[in-house]
Design a protein around this ligand. Structure first.
Ligand code: F0G
Length: 358
């Protein structure tokens, strides 16, 4: 099945890839026509690296709720509906809760979401509220919220839709299919931000499946990036009090640790860290050089590529996953930019001409 963003009749990823997914004729397909996102050449980044490399952004911030979570959620909610579930629950740094709420409501279910109070970007919180989730902001971080929802899902008939739900990863693996279809081959490197490390595991699953089916001749080296103040997979420790401006990946004890370590080993990959400053520099660069507005966590993939460019082989094809849309976090954007912005101006042409320097 061909997947691409110029297919005007794109039906959503379950329809597009049903033979690769655990669905059957009884599965009600709950979709917002997610997936089919563009793979955009980011030539300014290629030029900064040199070595004749080709760098692309898989812009998953263009999914219906603005993040890659929709790929997993269409599967998780469809399967929950198939199994007669009436309510779902998740812990979230923001994107999972937005996506879970949208798909749950579409499936006529209740959506309970636990978020770390004060550490969820405003766009994401706004989405959960508008989609009609029941939002519980706790005085604790994501790891703490995840412990609570796992316990609740064990005790009550509520489906957990965090990335421990295997259907989430099944949906998310389709991004790897799309990349192979767009490039005609797997890339040499796949750069991706890591939080709970579900997405890196899902991408690898997708690359493996297409490789085994002969749709690609190689598999990429999987390079996972974490923020320096929140890098449990880089340091191989649990971080009790993770800190980073990239709140989406402010996670100290990733639930998919074992899966991710396996991906690193099998793909001959690496887990590396980037500072908040490096993340913000890449975030600004993507905006002003490429016209791509992603959220800070997503920019970690490009920040890492630039930071560790010495490791890149000549002529490599590299895909950086941009996991979420920049509009999710307007506060970060207004605080971190190099824009020229005059406010409170008199509404006359002279003032404007003067400011333009004509
Ligand atoms: N990028 C963004 C924008 C995210 O929202 C997340 C995770 C990640 C990267 C990391 O993905 O956890 O699969 O390694 N966000 C989760 C949430 C934790 O609750 O929205 P991962």
């Amino acid at each position: 099945m061909k997947s691409n963003s110029f297919n005007k009749n794109w039906p959503g990823l379950i329809q597009a890839y049903k033979e690769w997914l655990p669905v059957n004729e009884n599965t009600p397909i709950i979709t917002l026509q997610e997936g089919g996102t563009p793979l955009i050449p980011i030539t300014s980044i290629s030029h900064l690296i040199g070595k004749d490399v080709k760098v692309y952004a898989k812009y998953d911030g263009l999914n219906p709720t603005g993040s890659f979570k929709d790929r997993g959620m269409t599967m998780a909610i469809s399967k929950a509906k198939e199994n007669g579930c009436e309510a779902i629950i998740c812990a979230s740094t923001g994107n999972t809760s937005a996506s879970a709420a949208a798909y749950a409501k579409r499936a006529k279910m209740r959506a309970f979401v636990l978020i770390p109070d004060g550490f969820v970007a405003h766009g994401k919180l706004a989405q959960a509220l508008v989609y009609g989730a029941e939002v519980l902001a706790i005085k604790g971080n994501f790891d703490c919220a995840l412990n609570i929802v796992q316990e609740l899902a064990n005790q009550y008939p509520i489906t957990l839709v965090n990335s421990v739900n295997p259907f989430r990863l099944e949906g998310q693996k389709t991004a790897a299919f799309e990349i192979i279809e767009s490039l005609g081959e797997a890339p040499d490197w796949l750069c991706i931000p890591m939080g709970n490390a579900g997405n890196i595991s899902a991408y690898w699953m997708g690359f493996e499946e297409y490789f085994k089916a002969g749709k690609a001749k190689k598999r990429p080296k999987m390079i996972g990036f974490q923020a320096s103040g929140s890098a449990p997979l880089v340091s191989n420790k649990i971080i009790k009090d993770p800190k980073t401006i990239a709140t989406a990946i402010r996670i100290g004890n990733p639930v998919n640790r074992e899966k991710a370590l396996n991906v690193k080993e099998k793909s001959n990959g690496e887990f590396l860290d980037v500072t908040d400053k490096e993340i913000i520099d890449a975030y600004k660069l993507l905006g002003k050089e490429e016209g791509i507005f992603c959220e800070p966590a997503s920019a970690a993939s490009v920040a890492g590529l630039l930071k560790y460019k010495k490791k890149i082989p000549n002529k490599a094809t590299i895909v950086c996953v941009l996991t979420g849309n920049g509009l999710k976090d307007p506060d970060c954007a207004t605080k971190n930019n190099d824009a020229i912005f005059y406010s409170n101006l008199n509404p006359d042409i002279k003032t404007v001409i003067n400011k333009l320097g004509f």
